[in-house]
Design a protein. Structure first.
Length: 319
């Protein structure tokens, strides 16, 4: 039944309230996001032009970091490539930097061949990974075409898979797939991007299955996998797996008690990261082809990691 018919019988849970304890530092980090030097760094300027290879034929004028910087600025400013070219020219003139600026066709042509790696702060502690996926729209008429003519467009949306570090809120791995690729199928590709040791892997019930536990423990034998089992799940024949431990804990303490004891509640941080992506980067992809869209998603995640490194709020619950 709809919510309004059962409203009088529902248990009322008050909305939690939080207070930011480091507001001064976080406010300064929000201001720094608009600084030009954050997006056009000295490292990028020093390696802006590609070195000569000594081989026959045409030589590349711009290094990959120059193309990546321009595409990142495009996502930050929410502008087309032509306006991004003009913005970079004006930034270079204002900063007094003697560099050549790629035109919009160069950004478009070389954008699909970039090898973008996650930009993260290296840590000596094991990672606590939070994994989930969300949908991002692509070009096309979308819902308007369905509502107006009842015609389903072929290209609707892509699925963005994220692996977030629970301690630093940084995106450790990202994968963009068509909408028909399941979450379980994309997990191996996410884990292949992570070279640091992993302490825990937490995901929602869509990832429940022995294959997920095997994939995680094969790459990181010491990792603790935390996934809520299905309501119909039963113990394995051996009865010694991590999934069996979760089932016993749920049977003894209930699902809410298992969530508190296992730390499953931290999984909400990856949903916050997905909301941050759609708010700052956008809910729609600009690129037209899947390879270019995958590069765009990785650059967008690097933008979020750079924003995260500037400063994040530290909040405590007050009610």
């Amino acid at each position: 039944m709809p919510y309004k018919f059962n409203e009088s019988r529902r248990h009322k849970i008050p909305k939690a309230r939080y207070r930011v304890t480091n507001w001064r530092e976080y406010d300064a980090a929000l201001v720094r996001r608009g600084s030009l030097t954050v997006w056009l760094t000295e490292q990028a300027v020093s390696a802006w032009h590609a070195p000569t290879t000594g081989k026959r034929g045409g030589q590349a004028v711009y290094a990959d970091i120059a193309i990546e910087t321009g595409l990142a600025l495009r996502l930050v400013l929410h502008q087309p490539l032509r306006q991004t070219e003009g913005a970079l020219r004006s930034i270079a003139d204002l900063l007094g930097v003697q560099i050549r600026i790629p035109d919009h066709t160069t950004f478009s042509r070389r954008g699909g061949g970039l090898k973008v790696l996650p930009q993260r702060v290296e840590r000596n502690e094991p990672l606590h990974l939070l994994i989930d996926s969300t949908g991002v729209k692509i070009y096309g008429e979308g819902e308007w075409l369905d509502q107006k003519h009842g015609v389903r467009s072929r290209r609707r949306w892509r699925k963005l898979h994220l692996a977030v570090d629970a301690d630093t809120h940084e995106i450790a791995a990202v994968e963009l797939t068509p909408d028909d690729v399941g979450d379980v199928s994309a997990l191996p590709d996410l884990l292949d991007q992570i070279e640091d040791p992993v302490g825990t892997v937490t995901a929602d019930g869509a990832y429940d299955g022995d294959a997920i536990y095997d994939e995680g423990l094969q790459r990181h034998p010491a990792a603790r996998v935390t996934i809520p089992p299905r309501s119909t799940a039963i113990l394995s024949e051996a009865g010694t797996t991590q999934r069996d431990d979760h089932l016993r804990s749920i049977e003894q303490h209930g699902r809410l008690g298992w969530q508190r004891r296992s730390g499953y509640g931290r999984r909400s941080l990856v949903e916050t990261a997905m909301y941050r992506y759609k708010t700052i980067i956008g809910r729609r992809l600009h690129a037209r082809t899947l390879p270019n869209q995958q590069i765009e998603a990785k650059i967008g995640c690097n933008v979020l990691n750079r924003i995260t490194s500037l400063g994040m709020p530290v909040s405590i619950r007050v009610k």
